[in-house]
Design a protein around this ligand. Sequence first.
Ligand code: PYC
Length: 435
Amino acid sequence: MTRRQARSGSKVEEKPASRLSGYSAGALLRQGLRSTPRWKPAWRSHDLRDSYDVIIVGGGIHGLATAYYLASRHGITNVAVLDKGYLGGGGSGRNTAIARSNYLTPEGVAFYDRSVKLYENLSAELNFNIMFSQRGHLTLAHSDASLRTMHWRAEVNKIQGVDSEVIAPEEIKRLAPALDVSDGPRYPVLGALYHPPGGIIRHDAVVWGYARGADLYGTHLHQNTEVLGIDTEHGKVTGVRTSRGPIATGTVVNCTAGWSSLINDMVGVKTPIVTAPLQAAVTEPVKPFLDPVVVSGTLHVYVSQTARGELVFGASVDPFAQYSTRGSLDFIESLAGHVLELMPGLSKMRLLRQWAGLCDMTPDYSPIMGPTEVEGFHVDIGWGTYGFKAGPVAGEQMALLIADGKPPELIRPFGIERFLAGELVGEKGAASVGH
Ligand code: PYC
């Protein structure tokens, strides 16, 4: 593969190097024969260097994927990923692990479809099982208006080669027998947008796989390293100040979620982001009974069953801006009621845990990606409720931007300048639930 081909990112099936070995049947056997297995840590700790070519702020899937693709596709390895906590401790560990590309705008469909394709090959590429289970994704329509939006999405999807169609209640019942599709409920199910390639992924495994991959290429991953300030001179980035000391650099990428506007404030780059929590919950495990991911915008809920048998639920974002990641009783009460409207047979299930993640909402529900008015300061932010699905493509495209010095085609519509130009990319209609 030539460097140019590598940069185009079109060869997703390619394994970039044999570096990502270490986990194999032979290694498992050898370690199994030891009285105390001695696996190498998946990534190492390092002292901070005085300078790095690129500093990535945020050690979640986006930051780690950017580091991994910089190294594996472009040979850029003098890179540090900084996280004020632990890797994957923010949105990457708090999302509901859904991947799909059944968006509403042509720009969104092309972008998220690339992510699904990268996810499809990621276990093989990283030599790390991310457990992508493409069990299909159903977005229920409970009114004529939402049925119309589902038809609209299906047509935009199909024209771009993405598998989506509107199906009738009988077919929904065949795919998800636990759903009540009778005309008894308050909001009867009139149809659904069915998207077979959608599914769920083990989200922590994506973090660990990218972290291990980036580490094997020589990238430094610094946990417990908070960015306190970003220095600029004559409109250019010159370094960052961290809780462990200063580092010189000409390139900073803001890959944070929740804190993105605070990091942007350090260099005076303004964005129309409002941060709000999104709450989720998980039940005790039960026998597998629910194959597809089921979403109801009207009832503000989505549900999937994990490989371990737990049901994972999420809701819309809370209707106020704040940084708390605690769950609330209101949420659990309304969630339980809405889930039972969809699947009355679940009335005896017990919830195990609830939590919240922070969503950086933009006015058009599309991300903000690319360079900014401060030279060397790039953003990969504003993911709202779509961040997990976009991790691979965002990392791939941000790496390409840094290597080539100009925004690649796929992310050009998401530039920060669109808000001043009035060229919004409206993806609210593809949100899982009404926000
Ligand atoms: O857009 O599919 C989605 C989603 C699910 C949870 C948060 N966003």
